[in-house]
Write a protein that binds this ligand. Structure first.
Ligand code: HEC
Length: 223
């Protein structure tokens, strides 16, 4: 998803559920940067689905489709029963918690997130009533940032780098704490400028720089 996206149409082609044909495949592959790799991905997905279908047909041939359908329903019922039993063993709780998102990256406003959790009689209800409405901006979590830094920076900036023998300038970006501590410098060298990654040997994309920038602007928070 592009970091600056404000609506779904900024995300490229939207593909509704449709029947897979050669024309659909040609159309999709004309819209990606690496059609050969994507063609292989699509072929693998199609093969997986077809293999699943073969397995399902074989089961139906062996036991009859009614029995297979009934077994599938039983499995769902069984999972529900187990989940309700597990919830039923918990004490009744009814709690409210709230936290604040300090800005959404576009507007400098505090957004409340409020949740009420009720566990009672084998039910688990989660109610977000009172939470601020949808905001214009995108929020970026550390979970989105971590793989970017691991892929684009840690090959050099790590306790055990793979592209150099020792982390340049002693800057190590392995843990959340290390990344947070360097947030201001990271912004200077990888968001405001393209000084890093050095020579962009790790192929950092502009969208990744934007995500990093939004995460830092939102306070470089990590769980
Ligand atoms: C190919 C290896 C390599 C990669 C990948 C790389 N760096 Fe560096 N980085 C270096 C080297 C070498 C230096 C030291 C440059 C110098 O001495 O001027 C450096 C220096 C830095 C510094 C210190 C700058 C200063 O002025 O003190 C920061 C911060 C930094 N890198 C962050 C990053 C970030 C963030 C990434 C990923 C987006 C990254 N680097 C990716 C090699 C790399």
């Amino acid at each position: 998803m592009p970091a600056g996206a404000r609506e779904i149409f900024a995300e490229g082609v939207i593909v509704p559920p449709l029947r897979w044909t050669g024309d659909v495949e040609r159309f999709l592959l004309a819209n990606v940067r690496t059609p050969d790799a994507r063609r292989a991905d699509l072929a693998a997905q199609r093969a997986a689905v077809e293999r699943g279908a073969d397995g399902l047909r074989a089961l139906a041939a062996r036991y009859g489709s009614a029995a297979v359908r009934a077994a599938a329903c039983d499995l769902l019922d069984y999972a529900e029963r187990r989940a309700r039993e597990a919830l039923g063993r918990l004490n009744t709780i009814d709690v409210v918690a709230s936290d604040w998102l300090e800005g959404d990256g576009v507007d400098d406003v505090d957004l409340e997130i409020r949740v009420r959790l009720v566990i009672r009689d084998g039910r688990f209800d989660v109610d977000f009533t009172g939470t601020a409405p949808a905001a214009r901006g995108l929020t970026v979590s550390f979970a989105q940032v971590e793989p970017i830094v691991a892929q684009r920076c840690a090959p050099c900036h790590s306790e055990h780098p793979t592209l150099v023998t020792v982390a340049p300038k002693g800057i190590v970006l392995d843990t959340a704490g290390q990344i947070q501590a360097q947030a201001a410098l990271i912004k200077t060298v990888a968001v405001d400028s393209h000084v890093m990654p050095l020579g962009n040997v790790t192929h950092m994309a502009d969208a990744e720089r934007k995500l990093l920038g939004i995460w830092i602007a939102q306070g470089a928070k990590a769980p």
